[in-house]
Design a protein around this ligand. Structure first.
Ligand code: ATP
Ligand code: MG
Length: 362
């Protein structure tokens, strides 16, 4: 079994391992012809990006950008309101995301970073797309169910309920065919594929208006946080890319492990310990089994020391670049303005095609 397959909780193991196998095939296709692919992916502006984002999707974005794949990164600001009433500190969160992107190596000269609210065509795609999905399909989406369980609201709002359809509009607005994501996004992506297929069938008149985008999973499709559940900005269990070395050490020291002293890599039965092992392994670019064997009888304290050192060493150059970019807020805003403009042109062209296909281009 591959390391990544075993990081998956049983509920969605089959879907994830299929996506994993397909990802391996996609990797080969990308290497052969990177120009065939266009990526859209993004992160909610709800806080600083963390190691789960990094190893789940960000690292892949930069790697693929550098291979020559066209990359669109969306900051879905409206989607903040799926699980809370007000988007607190929105401008600050958006700028923090842009800082993280620049620091990890997303290059605005080659890639496009934009905010959802600045691209009106994207919202206009929502209505026809909503007509293509049933309420029961929305009701059974496991990621929406999970997010509702962690929501700060007492009732589910319409934006949360239709979350996967906004994502379909995000992805299809620029006709992306590749989406590097974490495991939690697989059900959403499946719905995007359904929307694309149904649109083509219903309105395409024999042509393919939309591609059916594919998920690209990394070696860490579900990195766990310090409490042993999915590392998440909103759950207070994350190690931020921008944290300093001491904060990182403190957080890792407090991470949940288990009662067994001997360190092994066994994600199915020891998820917390294995996620820490995997984190060190990813930072040191070596197999997790090797990291676990090396620590073995030294126990959890030694494991945590190894992870802390590995993370701090890996992130040091990223953190240094981040501090430099943070000096120039005007540059961050300019990056967004340019990205928004570029995306508006692409999304407007898609919307024009949709209106023609739907006979509503008057
Ligand atoms: P929030 O708590 O506000 O929902 P989040 O931490 O879940 O934030 P998102 O913005 O929802 O982050 O996710 C952005 C991208 O990062 C998605 O592709 C998601 O799959 C991926 N991702 C987020 N957390 C993890 C994780 N722990 N492991 C792997 N991938 C992750
Ligand atoms: Mg999330």
């Amino acid at each position: 079994m591959s390391t990544t397959q075993t990081m998956t909780p049983s509920s969605d193991a089959l879907g994830t391992s299929a996506a994993q196998a397909r990802s391996a095939v996609l990797e080969e296709l990308i290497l052969k012809d990177p120009g065939r692919f266009r990526i859209l992916t993004g992160d909610r502006p709800t806080g600083r990006l963390h190691l789960g984002h990094y190893f789940g999707t960000l690292h892949n974005r930069v790697r693929l950008q550098n291979l020559g794949v066209e990359l669109f990164v969306i900051i879905p600001d409206y989607q903040v309101l799926t699980d809370r009433d007000v988007a607190d500190n929105l401008t600050e969160h958006v700028e923090e995301l842009v800082l993280d992107y620049l620091a990890i190596g997303i290059d605005p000269a080659r890639s496009t970073i934009f905010t959802h609210s600045a691209v009106p065509a994207l919202n206009q795609l929502m209505l026809p797309f909503l007509s293509l999905v049933s309420v029961s399909e929305l009701n059974r989406n496991p990621t929406v169910k999970d997010e509702i369980a962690h929501s700060r609201q007492s009732s589910v709002n319409g934006l949360m309920f239709t979350y996967p359809v906004h994502q379909a509009a995000d992805i299809l607005s620029c006709k992306a065919n590749l989406v590097p994501v974490g495991q939690d996004q697989l059900p959403h992506l499946e719905l995007t594929r359904t929307v694309a297929r149904r649109f083509n069938d219903r309105y395409g008149n024999g042509t393919t208006v939309f591609p059916q985008p594919e998920a690209l999973l990394s070696k860490a499709p579900l990195l766990l946080g310090t409490d042993g559940t999915k590392m998440s900005k909103s759950r207070g269990n994350a190690i931020a890319l921008a944290a300093d070395a001491d904060e990182t050490a403190r957080l890792i020291r407090g991470a949940k492990t288990d009662a067994e002293r001997h360190i092994t890599y066994d994600p199915a039965t020891r998820p917390e310990v294995s996620s820490l092992v995997l984190l060190a392994a990813l930072c040191q670019n070596r197999p997790p089994q090797e990291v676990a064997e090396e620590i073995g009888p030294a126990g959890a304290a030694a494991l945590k020391r190894t992870v802390t050192e590995a993370v701090n060493e890996y992130l040091a150059p990223i953190r240094a670049r981040r501090a430099e970019y943070a000096q120039d807020r005007a540059h961050l805003r300019q990056t967004l303005r340019e990205g928004n403009e570029r995306t508006r042109a692409v999304a407007d062209a898609t919307l024009a095609e949709v209106r023609t296909a739907m006979n509503s281009h008057y």
